[in-house]
Write a protein that binds this ligand. Structure first.
Ligand code: COI
Length: 355
């Protein structure tokens, strides 16, 4: 598939680093492909995007985004089929969400020909970096930040949009044990919870560190007003299997509208599962874990794909979840999603974008 075309200034690397990629030993977010895209927004106009060898950049210490946090990003993935074709998964959804985040953070919209065209151009150049097999994929990270050299607090005038790409395998090496968070919050109504802005992740780190000190991998966030309803988990949306039904918090201004979440729920409906998107109370789930009616809890997201939790920690007590098997709902849905994304299963949804 092709989007509107635009010319990119391309400088190719003269020394590929692909020999550093071992598809059996990928550590998420630690190795980057040979090229990156850079597009500057100056005086109200997008400049011709450049594709350059991946490398360091130089910035002023007065960079507006460092001081006031105008910084957003997306997380997407590309896959390789058995026949070595490269596919992106639902890139237009991420493109739309990126510009929704941009609007909320008072940043300019990125044109489709730069965002999607840039991804296509980079993927053609670095196709050899898309690892095959198992949970492997190429993680795509479009991002934008304010580049004004200015310390006054205002909407910046200049921005840089970039794309970098990084081979990815499984995000977690073990099933996460998550803690229900009832002191700190991730997002409040009217805030920026639905936006993929850097500050949301920064604010989650201290509560996550406290939970890690207690042996938990991640947090299960609850609502800001009453700590009564589940919102999402760190870096992923959350899904519960209760009485055989799929139950998940409805997206709102405080929850990120996950593209993986949406795809998984669609697959589930088509497989005949009952899906409830609604307010999900902590009490309902904790009671369900105790009486056995809640049989699975898992996170869904681009980076984690589908990650079943091993236990839920609530007020000092760990409530374990049953062992995951091939018959678990999480695994049935994950297999189908992965098959569609790698071209093994028919894509009746039009989600797969051939590069
Ligand atoms: C993603 O799934 O793309 C995320 O945003 C997670 C990332 C912060 C690691």
């Amino acid at each position: 598939m092709a989007t509107q075309t635009l010319s990119f200034n391309i400088t190719k690397t003269d020394k590929s680093r692909i020999d550093q990629l071992d598809p059996q030993k990928i550590i998420f977010g630690s190795l980057f492909t040979d090229h990156m895209l850079v597009a500057d927004y100056i005086n109200g106009e997008w400049q011709t995007p450049e594709i350059l060898p991946y490398g360091k950049m130089e910035f002023t210490p007065a960079l507006a985004s460092i001081h006031y946090g105008q910084s957003i990003f997306e997380g997407m993935k590309a896959f390789k089929s058995e026949e070595d074709e490269v596919f992106m998964f639902r890139p237009l959804e991420n493109f739309k969400r990126f510009n929704i985040s941009a609007e909320r953070m008072s940043m300019p919209a990125v044109p489709e020909e730069i965002f999607i065209g840039g991804l296509e151009e980079l993927l053609r150049l670095d196709a050899a970096w898309v690892p095959k097999g198992g949970d492997n994929s190429l993680y795509l990270r479009p991002f934008m930040f304010a580049t004004d050299e200015y310390l006054g607090v205002r909407t910046a005038l200049n921005y840089r949009f970039m794309i970098i790409m990084s081979p990815a395998g499984s995000y977690y090496s073990q099933a996460p044990k998550v803690k229900v968070e009832k002191e700190f919050i991730r997002a409040a109504p009217g805030g920026v919870g639905f936006a993929k802005c850097a500050g949301n992740y920064a604010a989650s780190l201290y509560p996550a560190k406290l939970a890690a000190d207690q042996g938990y991998t991640q947090l299960l966030w609850t609502d800001a007003l009453e700590h009564k309803y589940f919102e999402e988990s760190g870096t992923m949306n959350v899904v519960f299997i209760k009485d055989g039904k799929i139950v998940t918090p409805a997206v709102s201004s405080t929850i990120l509208k996950g593209t993986t979440r949406e795809a998984l729920l669609q697959i589930a409906k088509d497989k005949g599962y009952e899906v409830e998107e609604r307010k999900v109370s902590v009490e309902e789930i904790i009671d369900g874990l105790r009486d056995g009616s809640v049989t699975e809890v898992f996170g869904v997201g681009t980076a984690v794909v589908v990650s079943p939790f091993s236990a839920v920690g609530y007020e000092g007590e760990d409530l374990p979840l049953p062992e995951v098997t091939a018959a678990s709902v999480s695994q049935i849905l994950k297999t189908s999603l992965n098959n569609i994304r790698t071209g093994k299963e028919e894509d009746k949804y039009g989600w797969v974008w051939r590069v």
